[in-house]
Design a protein around this ligand. Structure first.
Ligand code: SF4
Ligand code: SF4
Ligand code: SF4
Length: 308
């Protein structure tokens, strides 16, 4: 069991404790430590049942904890965690109901918004995902990101976008994703200038304990990531480009440039795009010959040679 985040089967603790302390400065603005103990307890219990992919699909780009905070303090709807699906929506509803009934008998701490949210949330359906619902887990299909290494130009833009530091690689060299660490949050896709990151479905069924352990681990990795990024930004000798929403919030200086030559980078991007088109055509031609496509392929290949 994580010291800060009790397992979900445990009863709500309303006394003061140390949870929600020692968290990254990104969350300072939430003012968690100034909240009543019972609200803190509810926030940490809700956060404990969130998937911790930090994907921002709940409209909180800084991740799961701000969403948990907003449910409790602002009465935000309980059904917005897309990867969590219906099981997480139901779990949050239960936690809020339980907290309200305990608060009524113990201490009146909860805002009217929370009560209103609870009334609405009893029958809420989880916000739809673009992925099909897995019939076993009742959650959206899980995916993992995979870099097409031949197309990667080593620009490093995907690295800071990954909230759990699952991508390894150095400037101008091909990068790779540690599949066991990837959560499929998709945050690395949009910074990639050559679209060389694919998503692949995975099949697995976790026990409650395994899921809880995984979420605790992911939270720790995210907080380690945030603390490291904060330290890097404070070290002016080691300035790096700011490419993620989270980083933007961590610093107001978002104007550093990538440490690679501009024309070289343009060349590399153009080559990678050509290679992708060539591969596509080659696959199509392997299935069915087509003279027009063969000519197009030859043209693309000579363009690629010119760039090399
Ligand atoms: S997993 Fe994504 S959608 Fe769910 S609470 Fe965390 S950041 Fe929000
Ligand atoms: S590798 Fe990409 S999809 Fe996987 S966790 Fe990191 S940012 Fe998310
Ligand atoms: S952003 Fe794309 S091209 Fe750049 S290092 Fe990552 S995977 Fe490679």
């Amino acid at each position: 069991m994580n010291g800060l985040y009790p397992m979900q089967s445990q009863p709500m603790q309303l006394q003061s404790d140390s949870r929600l302390q020692k968290i990254p400065i990104l969350f300072d603005e939430l003012g968690l430590n100034a909240l009543p103990d019972a609200q803190q307890a509810l926030i940490s219990q809700i956060d404990a049942c969130l998937p911790q992919t930090q994907c921002g699909l709940c409209e909180h780009p800084e991740g799961c904890l701000p969403y948990a905070h907003s449910i409790v303090v602002k009465g935000e709807a309980t059904n917005k965690c897309v990867p969590g699906g219906q099981p997480v929506t139901d779990k949050i509803s239960d936690l809020v109901s339980q907290a309200i009934s305990q608060a009524n008998s113990q201490i009146n701490l909860y805002s009217l918004q929370v009560k209103q949210s609870n009334k609405q949330s009893n029958k809420l359906s989880a916000v739809a995902s673009k992925w099909d619902i897995n019939p076993t887990t009742k959650r959206p299909q899980e995916v993992r990101a995979v870099i097409r290494e031949a197309d990667c130009i080593g620009c490093t833009k995907c690295i800071p976008a990954c909230p759990v530091d699952a991508i390894i690689g150095t400037g101008k060299h091909m990068h790779t994703i540690i599949t066991d660490l990837c959560t499929g949050c998709e945050l690395c896709l949009s910074p990639c200038p050559v679209d060389c990151i694919d998503l692949e479905p995975i099949q697995r069924v976790l026990s409650d304990t395994e899921r809880q352990q995984e979420q605790d681990h992911l939270r720790k990795r995210y907080y380690t990531h945030l603390n490291r990024v904060t330290m890097q930004m404070q070290d002016k000798r080691n300035a790096k480009p700011v490419v993620s929403v989270v980083q933007s919030k961590l610093t107001s200086t978002a104007n550093a440039s990538l440490d690679i030559d501009e024309s070289q980078a343009k060349n590399a991007i153009a080559s990678a795009k050509l290679r992708t088109k060539i591969k596509k055509l080659e696959k199509q031609l392997a299935v069915r010959d087509n003279e027009k496509k063969r000519l197009e392929l030859e043209t693309l290949k000579s363009e690629l040679q010119t760039l090399a």
